[in-house]
Design a protein around this ligand. Structure first.
Ligand code: FAD
Ligand code: NAP
Length: 337
């Protein structure tokens, strides 16, 4: 394994930010990762999968490790199908592979960029589905002791774009392998209630949707709404959708009667952050080399030469504007370094 010095990270983050890593390497196996463990005790480090949920605001004065550990397998256990993948697998290709193997349940999560290993970090979710619904267990390497620990689903503390790995165990474990319990044709049920999925199926005159039809619909909708990071640098939703208490919600809806909202639980109301940003007049606004995307206000974009600092400053303007206007504090979803 070669450790390089002063490597540009432009091609390793979907914002396309041109910062440098003081030290940089790729890992292809657990053996290589174990060899690196002494290095991790000497300096700051960061693991990168697809770099689609990070914003670099400065050069990284430590070791950047790009995960290329790949492999996947499928086991049939009664009515369940257990699929497992090593963390460097590409998420979307993994989803397509499950569908090809007639293992259903991940189709609503099609076309999310990034690696399999980063998926549990924020319990990736989209179109009414999140991995906490199908993830059975995660095997992770303890970076201090070098031992492998299995985290069962409940131990991952999955929440809305959250997990124990993004909170108390951040930087303490490397996620090595993720296993899912999926369904076969007999026990799978489509989830087409969210957004425009049903509309796309209706337009195509699909009456009985197969998992691949749902996947195709999700891909079509996503391609029509979201900027392709290869063309316009971005990291998907920059902020989480705020979840507010009933008391806060009552005040909010009285002042904003047309606001969309979703009831999460008796005392939790989710307000789409994109709507707040749009109502504050920021959708489509350009700030120097970066801006708020014209079709999706939750996505901040790099028009070419933005620095991470500029994008972070724009996100601060948005946080402050939304707080002044609505009294709601937006939280960044993207991992800022
Ligand atoms: P990276 O950006 O490489 O890493 C993210 C974080 O995880 C970093 O802190 C990193 O250090 C850590 N990490 C990465 N791999 C490991 C590992 N093996 N072990 C321990 N830590 C690790 N997200 C959603 O939830 N739903 C969506 O619908 C969605 N749509 C998106 C659309 C676009 C266009 C883009 C650009 C992003 C979108 N995202 C979405 C965000 C992003 O794709 C996901 O969060 C994805 O899981 C990130 O994977 P990654 O490999 O790129 O992570
Ligand atoms: P959308 O469908 O326009 O919906 C706007 C927001 O309202 C979403 O964020 C969603 O919250 C919420 N919502 C809509 N219908 C809902 C329902 N039936 N029940 C509960 N909440 C509902 O959103 P979009 O921007 O086009 O994105 C579509 C999906 O892809 C969303 O699930 C979104 O989270 C996901 N996505 C995520 C990222 C990312 O980087 N995290 C980027 C792009 C798209 P939820 O976000 O909780 O679903």
């Amino acid at each position: 394994m070669i450790i390089e010095e002063y490597v540009s990270l432009r091609n390793y983050n979907t914002f396309g930010i041109d910062v440098k890593a003081k030290f940089f390497c790729e890992i292809h196996s657990l053996v290589e990762l174990r060899e690196l463990l002494p290095e991790l005790k000497k300096q700051p480090y960061i693991f990168i999968g697809g770099g689609s949920n990070v914003l670099f605001t400065k050069d990284f004065e430590g070791l950047v490790i790009v995960n290329k550990i790949i492999g996947k397998k499928i086991d049939f256990k009664g009515d369940d199908i257990i699929v497992s993948g090593l963390s460097g697998e590409n998420w979307h290709e993994f989803v397509l592979w499950t569908l090809e193997n007639k293992a259903f349940g991940l189709e609503n999560l099609s076309l999310i960029p990034g690696s399999l290993g980063a998926a549990p970090m924020q319990n990736i979710g989209a179109y009414g589905s999140e991995i906490k619904q199908t993830c059975v267990s995660i095997s992770a390497l303890d970076l201090e002791s070098g031992e492998i620990k299995i985290f069962m689903n409940e131990e991952c503390e999955f929440g809305y774009r959250e997990s124990v790995f993004k909170r108390s165990l951040k930087n303490k474990y490397f996620i090595l392998e993720v296993s899912f319990a999926l369904q076969n044709r007999d026990n799978w049920k489509p989830n087409a209630n969210y957004g425009d999925i049903q509309k796309v199926l209706d337009d195509k005159k699909i009456v009985i949707a197969r998992a691949i039809d749902i996947s195709d619909a999700v891909i079509e909708i996503r391609r029509s709404k979201l900027p392709d990071p290869k063309i316009l640098g971005n990291s998907g939703s920059f902020f989480k959708n705020p979840v507010i208490s009933f008391v806060q919600f009552e005040r909010f809806i009285e002042c904003n009667p047309s606001a969309p909202y979703y009831i999460v639980s008796e005392d939790e109301y989710k307000i789409p952050a994109g709507w707040l940003i749009e109502m504050a007049g920021l959708k489509g606004k350009r700030y120097g080399n970066c801006g708020v995307h014209e079709k999706q206000a939750l996505v901040l974009v790099n028009y070419g030469n933005a620095s991470g600092k500029e994008i972070f400053e724009l996100s601060t303007v948005i946080v402050e504007t939304i707080f002044e206007r609505f009294g709601i504090l937006l939280e960044r979803e993207v991992n800022v370094y």
